[in-house]
Write a protein that binds this ligand. Structure first.
Ligand SMILES: [Zn+2]
Length: 462
């Protein structure tokens, strides 16, 4: 794709390049030219001669360039409730934490979003998402606070506007004071689409419709939420098939397993992606493949809450779109996506396929192109190809942590988290020399500590 001659260009040379394109093209020493907010060219050897408007030329010797990492499942607000209920399974953990979560307000959510985003961005995430489903009455403009934090950080972002309307009195898990009414949840979700959803190719903000889970929302909210999403042309997101207890809950209440329940409520389709999908039988996986329903695989959270091992190799073999998610940081205190690249590979090898389960390149694909696909953005991001948006990372691979590993993709996935020399989002630097360029990391850390203490005090007094 030819770029206008007046565009400002950044030239990156002398690095290994893993494009994660359809052929998994890699260059042992290659170049990338960024023009404006797009990738203009990627290839072997040095950049073409005679480029005009070059404002920056980077000698990236000792680095690996990859597409920016894409996170497909998170709950930002949990950044200020990390390290609690550490030895619980999902349902017990939820019951322990709901009363605290129900006390969040706008300053807490803003600080938690900044913390979550900063942790991901400094580790090479260029596209983030937040599934935010706790909306206490009078808590303020939580969606606006979260979107503002993502804009300030400079990362591409999907807000999955979540909701819960099945409280304890209706047989659900959340306390009644933590849920919205059906009508309020739908109206607020549509207002968020009106205010923030951007359909353009290079959109920095998109909105999805995201009721929380089968055990915290009514059948009607799932059904009408799906209708709303399709009427407005936005994507659908929820939690599904996370634990055996959820499967049991669905069988008792609805007379069927979660995947069949989702199908009856309009929740299978190529505009849907679901977190976890741990307890899936062959026919569930076939239904996801047939409908193009995507999966956000969250191996660390699934291990933390003893949920089980998702059948990712079987999903990939069936053609199910799969991305990676850190999940909320109350169930994955790390909060960075490299952990998920590594754990996706390691945890799946503990399953039925053993050492054949996943390799390093498949793990990198899950964390980049796979994530772009489940977020509905594969045409724009997720691989390094001419014409795509300039979301990319230069990983420093010549330090103690990785220098003795010959293959850089193996080093990146199997090794420790690599330092990020440069992360570009939409052609703009978000990380330089391992430091965030857009926010003061220490100030964010202090704000998150202060808001975590304030929430703990309010919750203790409640
Ligand atoms: Zn989650």
């Amino acid at each position: 794709m030819a770029a206008p001659a007046d565009l400002r260009r950044t030239v990156i040379e002398n690095c290994a390049v893993a494009t994660v394109d359809a052929q998994d093209t890699e260059y042992a020493s290659g170049h990338i030219v960024v023009a404006g907010n797009r990738i203009e060219s990627v290839g072997a050897g040095r950049a073409p001669e005679g480029l005009t408007g070059v404002v920056r030329r980077i000698d990236a010797t000792g680095h690996l360039a990859t597409p920016g990492l894409v996170n497909t499942h998170h709950h930002f607000y949990q950044w200020i409730t990390r390290g609690l209920a550490t030895d619980h399974n999902l349902f017990d953990w939820l019951v322990a934490l709901y009363p605290t979560w129900a006390r969040i307000d706008e300053p807490m959510v803003r600080a938690a979003a900044q913390g979550s985003l900063a942790m991901m961005a400094r580790g090479g995430v260029t596209t983030a998402m937040d599934h935010h489903y706790v909306h206490p009455r009078g808590a303020g403009d939580l969606s606006g606070a979260i979107i503002g934090a993502a804009r300030d950080m400079g990362v591409r972002f999907t807000l999955a506007r979540g909701s819960m309307d099945r409280g304890e009195k209706d047989g659900g898990l959340p306390p009644d004071f933590a849920v919205e009414t059906l009508d309020d949840a739908l109206a607020a979700t549509e207002a968020t689409i009106d205010a923030h959803h951007d359909t353009s190719f290079d959109a920095m903000t998109r909105i999805a419709v995201a009721p929380c889970s089968p055990f915290s929302v009514s059948t009607e909210l799932l059904r009408q939420g799906a209708e709303l999403a399709r009427r407005r042309g936005v994507r659908l997101h929820t939690h599904g098939s996370e634990t055996r207890e959820e499967e049991q809950f669905c069988k008792e209440l609805f007379g069927m397993g979660p995947t069949d329940y989702f199908e009856t409520t309009g929740w299978l389709g190529d505009d849907v992606w679901m977190a976890h999908c741990v307890h899936m039988n062959d026919s569930d996986i076939a239904a996801f493949a047939r409908t193009g329903t995507g999966v956000a695989h969250c191996p660390s959270s699934n291990a933390r809450l003893a949920a089980g091992i998702a059948r990712v190799p079987d999903m990939l073999a069936a053609g199910v779109p799969v991305g990676l998610g850190v999940d909320g940081t109350a169930s994955n205190e790390s909060g960075e996506l490299h952990t998920e690249l590594r754990n996706a590979l390691l945890v799946n090898r503990l399953g039925a396929h053993r050492e054949k389960a996943l390799n390093a390149r498949q793990a990198l694909r899950l964390g980049t192109y796979g994530g772009a696909r489940v977020l509905g953005r594969a045409e724009q991001i997720g691989s390094l190809e001419a014409g795509k948006l300039a979301d990319l990372v230069l990983w420093k691979m010549d330090t103690l942590a990785h220098a003795s590993i010959a293959d850089p993709v193996t080093a990146l996935v199997f090794g420790a988290a690599a330092p990020v020399t440069l992360s570009l989002v939409d052609g703009r630097p978000v990380v330089e020399e391992n430091h965030l360029t857009t926010v003061d990391e220490d100030a964010v850390a202090r704000a998150t500590r202060d808001e975590a203490r304030r929430l703990a005090q309010i919750a203790a007094g409640a």
